[in-house]
Design a protein around this ligand. Structure first.
Ligand SMILES: Nc1ncnc2c1ncn2[C@@H]1O[C@H](COP(=O)(O)OP(=O)(O)O)[C@@H](O)[C@H]1O
Ligand SMILES: N[C@@H](CCOP(=O)(O)O)C(=O)O
Length: 308
């Protein structure tokens, strides 16, 4: 669980009033997530999710909320933010920018089948196409420049072996050029714990858009593959589902091994950062960086081809 900012009942009740979502009944911190403080909020009108953004610049936050509203309006199962009478999706609460979003039904699945992987592949491609054309999208905040900067800054904190691996991977990645790959807004963190499923096996919630930005669409597919697909059957299903909605290009097939490595590197670095530079909070989740180091080592030894 990550709750960095504690929200009192009276201040929340006052903050909710302009949204006209009914009187506050209760609120409780959510036992998941790493980046922000999340609460389930129950009012006389129903259940909602309150997010306090711990370190996102207001301009970027405005984009994230606009993106979710746009995708939900396009029929994707994304949370819709609630606006106040002035049309603002976020206002300050307890010193942090905060937003109220619709609470989506369903539950996360830890061990997806190939059927789930096919469905999430299709949902990811739909997300990419629906978000294309959204004006003023910022760049992926954790893109190539972030990986180089954070990777270099962590070298001194690592063991000799880890530092050698990281330095070599940073050199390899700095020679890659993704300019010719199809680009658009990517989710960038569509892990299993960011997707809810209904009882019919369909995604009912695509959550946590707070790393989104413009980058190669293939990178998003690699992020999903690294978390969802431990074997070839699931990877084929994921890529098949994706490709039915947006066929992959020859250039993407060539780039796949290096892009998959970049996706493993990105989350190795994020988790190393959380371990070596922990943030203070009431309750903080830190995930194991070694999972992604091992994945990166595997891809470096045996590059895999994009199925299909
Ligand atoms: N709109 C929503 N509807 C239902 N559950 C949600 C919603 N938003 C967040 N959650 C729950 O809260 C958890 C943490 O949210 P998340 O956005 O991943 O947090 P963080 O940004 O801190 O990583 C999710 O895994 C999910 O269980
Ligand atoms: N999904 C990433 C980290 C981001 O955490 P989230 O809780 O915001 O999805 C990981 O597993 O390292």
């Amino acid at each position: 669980m990550s709750v960095y900012t504690l929200v009192g009942r009276d201040e929340l009740a006052a903050w909710l009033r302009p949204l006209a979502v009914g009187e506050l009944i209760e609120h409780a911190g959510i036992a998941a997530g790493m980046q922000n403080s999340n609460y389930f909020v129950t009012t006389a009108h129903g259940r909602f999710v309150l997010t306090l953004f711990e370190s996102i610049a207001p301009a970027t936050l405005a984009f994230y909320l606009r993106l979710q509203a746009h995708l939900a309006d396009a029929g994707l199962p994304c949370p819709h933010p609630y606006a106040d009478p002035q049309g603002n999706y976020w206002r300050m609460l307890c010193g942090k920018p905060a937003a109220l979003l619709s609470c989506l039904p369903g539950r996360a699945i830890e061990e997806p089948t190939a059927v789930h992987c096919r469905a999430i592949g299709a949902a990811l491609a739909r997300l990419h196409l629906a978000a294309a054309g959204l004006a003023d999208a910022p760049a992926n905040p954790c893109g190539a420049a972030w990986r180089q900067a954070v990777g270099s800054s962590l070298l001194a904190a690592l063991s000799t072996d880890e530092a050698a691996l990281l330095a070599d991977e940073l050199t390899f990645q700095s020679a890659q050029n993704w300019k010719a790959l199809p680009q658009g807004v990517i989710h960038a963190d569509l892990f299993r714990d960011n997707v809810l499923w209904d009882d019919c096996g369909q995604p009912s919630g695509l959550l946590d858009f707070y790393f989104a930005g413009t980058d190669a669409w293939l990178f998003d597919l690699a992020v999903v593959a690294n978390d969802w697909c431990p074997d070839g059957e699931k990877l084929s299903a994921l890529c098949g589902g994706y490709g039915e909605i947006r066929p992959l290009t020859d250039g993407e097939r060539v780039a796949w091994p290096a892009v998959r490595r970049a996706a493993a590197l990105r989350f190795w670095l994020l988790r190393l950062e959380a371990r070596h530079r922990p943030r203070a909070g009431e309750v903080v989740t830190v995930k194991n960086p070694d999972d992604f180091r091992h994945l990166l080592e595997k891809f470096r030894l045996a590059p895999d081809a994009l199925p299909g």
